[in-house]
Ligand binder design. Structure first.
Ligand SMILES: Nc1nc2c(ncn2[C@@H]2O[C@H](COP(=O)(O)OP(=O)(O)O)[C@@H](O)[C@H]2O)c(=O)[nH]1
Ligand SMILES: [Mg+2]
Length: 218
C-alpha cells in the first residue's frame, strides 16, 4: 500500500448514516452539528446528500462524512448501497412520536440485513426540548438501546442539547472498531499517519480537496 507524501488534511475518513422515519429531525441534527444552524421551517422531504466535519479523537484527525436521506425514507427506497458503505449509523426517533420509536426496530433490522457486520450503531431520541409533547420516556429509549447493545442519547437540534456528544461518541466507536486496521496502516507508513489511504485503496476517493460540504437545502 502506498504512503502518499502529500500532506493530508485528515488521518482517516469514516462514513456515518442518519436513519429514522421522516420528520424525526435527521436533517436538522446534521445542520446543527456541522453548521450550528437550526431552520425550523424547512421542507422535510428535502435533505442533503452528506456533510463533512473533522474531529480530533486521541490525536487522530477523524474526518466524518455524514449521509442524510433526502426523503427516501418516506418511500422506503433507501438502497442497499447506502448501508453497505457505512461504518457508523445513527438510529433516530422523535420522543414526541411513539410511532417513530416503534419503527426503530424496522430500521435496526434493515441495518442487520444490509450494513457490514462491524458497523457501529447509536440510538438517538431527538426533540428532547418538546417536554409537553413527549410520548417516549427516556427509560424506554435507554432500555431499547441496552437490548441492542447500543449507546443512547436524547438530543435536541433545536436547543443544541447533546449534539456534539452524540456525533463524537459514534465517531469514537467507529474509530475504536477500526483501530486494528489503522494500527496496521500506521506501521506500514512509519511515522506518517496516512490512514486516508484505506479509503483510497477501496476506490472511494473523496480527497480532501473534493469533499467540500454540499449545499444544505434546509
Ligand atoms: N422542537 C424540535 N423540533 C425539531 C427538532 N429537530 C427537528 N425538528 C423539527 O422537526 C421537523 C422535521 O425535521 P427534519 O430535520 O426535516 O426531519 P427529517 O425528515 O428526519 O430530516 C422540522 O419541522 C424541524 O423543525 C428538535 O430537536 N426540536
Ligand atoms: Mg431530512
Amino acid at each position: 500500500m502506498g504512503c502518499s507524501t502529500m500532506a493530508k488534511q485528515y488521518d482517516v475518513l469514516f462514513r456515518l448514516l442518519l436513519l429514522g422515519d421522516s420528520g424525526v429531525g435527521k436533517t436538522c441534527l446534521l445542520c446543527r452539528f456541522t453548521d450550528n444552524e437550526f431552520h425550523p421551517s424547512h421542507i422535510s422531504t428535502i435533505g442533503v446528500d452528506f456533510k463533512m466535519k473533522t474531529l480530533v479523537i486521541d490525536g487522530i484527525k477523524v474526518r466524518i462524512q455524514i449521509w442524510d436521506t433526502a426523503g427516501q425514507e418516506r418511500y422506503q427506497t433507501i438502497t442497499k448501497q447506502y448501508y453497505r458503505r457505512a461504518q457508523g449509523i445513527f438510529l433516530v426517533y422523535d420522543i414526541t412520536s411513539e410511532r417513530s420509536f416503534q419503527h426503530i426496530m424496522k430500521w435496526a433490522s434493515d441495518v442487520d440485513e444490509y450494513a457490514p457486520d462491524k458497523v457501529q450503531k447509536i440510538l438517538v431520541g431527538n426533540k428532547s426540548d418538546e417536554v409537553d409533547k413527549r410520548q417516549v420516556a427516556t427509560e424506554q429509549g435507554a432500555k431499547l438501546a441496552r437490548a441492542y447493545g447500543m449507546d443512547f442519547f436524547e438530543t435536541s437540534a433545536f436547543t443544541n442539547h447533546n449534539i456534539t456528544e452524540t456525533f463524537t461518541r459514534l465517531a469514537e466507536q467507529v474509530l475504536a472498531a477500526n483501530k486494528k486496521d489503522l494500527d496496521l496502516l500506521r506501521i506500514s507508513c512509519n511515522d506518517e499517519l496516512n490512514l486516508a489511504a484505506l479509503e483510497e485503496e477501496e476506490g472511494l476517493c473523496d480527497g480532501p480537496d473534493g469533499d467540500q460540504n454540499k449545499g444544505c437545502w434546509c
